[in-house]
Design a binder for this molecule. Structure first.
Ligand code: SF4
Ligand code: MG
Length: 331
């Protein structure tokens, strides 16, 4: 709710504060129980910062992050002390981008997957061994692998080990930041399918962060589009792909490669002008205005609010209702 994360920037020989980077600027959105919420945007849009804020790797500058625990109580995790946060961490886990660097190469699979259980003092050594075997089966790996080290596995398998580790404490919420981006397409697809099976089996809720719109279309129930630290549009995946309401969403969709060149997926091409702005010098008014083909004087002067519109959708554009934007037409 109203989440802000500003990083101060220091400069000069006195190391005075010379500015700030508004990595996350007044973000409000909900992730519903059991859904996959996809967060998309170019690099530098603030999407990774959101995952880190939710998992308390950083503290918020302002705002709240409300989490509904499995016992039904709602807590603002930004107000918790270390001990309480440790308890909540059991219920929220992260899957990392790079399966090569996120697993300690000197630990066996038993130690890696069992570590969260050991840290939280859950079970005797033999119970932990049984649980690790069960977790490996759950992610499609053979339980006999427990005594091996990460280097003995492929990238896709290492990611499954990371997923098993994330599941060890029975979390209800998992954030995945560019989780499969480092993998080959076919391996990525297998691991995405695994994540979807696990979601169904275990009733998990996902926050799926990626720059890959094809991936997000496949996996997400709803999507949030970020630009320069702000949410530009939120809505159900299908509606957003067929009828975007924000010019930035339209431009992102226009850049998605066509899956079937002979199909009927026809769109006008909306070229994105220029580069994403410098996060220290965010444009006045609508932050997208220097790149927006529909921008006018009002866009340069006034910041549009994130407004609710019909169909459970939200959009941050002065002209969302009057623009006739093109999405990816249904085949
Ligand atoms: Fe474009 Fe103006 Fe809408 Fe911003 S507010 S997206 S500049 S039309
Ligand atoms: Mg990132």
């Amino acid at each position: 709710r109203g989440a802000k994360k500003y990083f101060p920037v220091h400069g000069g020989w006195l190391r005075k504060k010379v500015g700030e980077v508004r990595a996350v600027d007044d973000i409000t959105f909900d992730i519903k129980k059991g859904e996959t919420f996809g967060l998309v945007g170019e690099s530098g849009s603030g999407k990774s910062s959101i995952a880190r804020l939710i998992l308390r790797a950083y503290d918020l500058t302002e705002g709240e992050i409300l989490f509904r625990r499995s016992n039904g109580s709602i807590v603002d995790i930004t107000s918790l002390g270390d001990r309480e946060m440790r308890e909540i961490r059991r219920e929220m886990q992260m899957i990392f981008q790079d399966p090569y660097s996120s697993l300690n190469p000197r630990m066996t699979i038993l130690d890696l997957v069992g570590e969260p259980l050991t840290i939280h003092g859950v079970g005797s050594p033999s119970e932990i061994e049984d649980r690790v075997a069960e977790l490996l089966r759950l992610v499609g790996l053979r339980p006999e692998y427990v005594s091996r080290y990460p280097h003995a596995f492929s990238g896709g398998q290492r990611q499954r080990i990371g997923i098993a580790r994330a599941l060890a404490l029975n979390p209800s919420f998992i954030a995945a930041d560019e989780a499969v981006s480092a993998l080959d397409v076919s391996v990525a697809a297998q691991n995405i399918n695994l994540l979807q099976d696990l979601q169904e089996q275990l009733g998990l809720t996902y926050l799926f962060i990626t720059h890959d719109l094809g991936m997000v279309e496949h996996i997400s129930d709803r999507i949030g589009v970020m630009y320069l630290g702000r949410l530009m549009e939120v809505g159900p995946t299908e509606e957003m792909f067929s009828k975007p309401l924000h010019p930035y969403t339209e431009a992102l969709l226009a850049a998605v490669p066509q899956p079937d060149p002979r199909g009927n997926r026809e769109r006008k091409r909306v070229a994105l002008k220029g580069e994403i702005a410098d996060a220290m010098n965010i444009p006045t008014g609508c932050p997208f205005h220097p790149r927006c083909p529909y921008a006018d004087a009002k866009c340069k002067a006034e910041v549009p609010a994130l407004r609710s519109v019909a169909g459970g959708r939200q959009v941050r554009c002065h002209y969302a209702e009057s623009l006739d934007l093109t999405g990816v037409a249904a085949q």
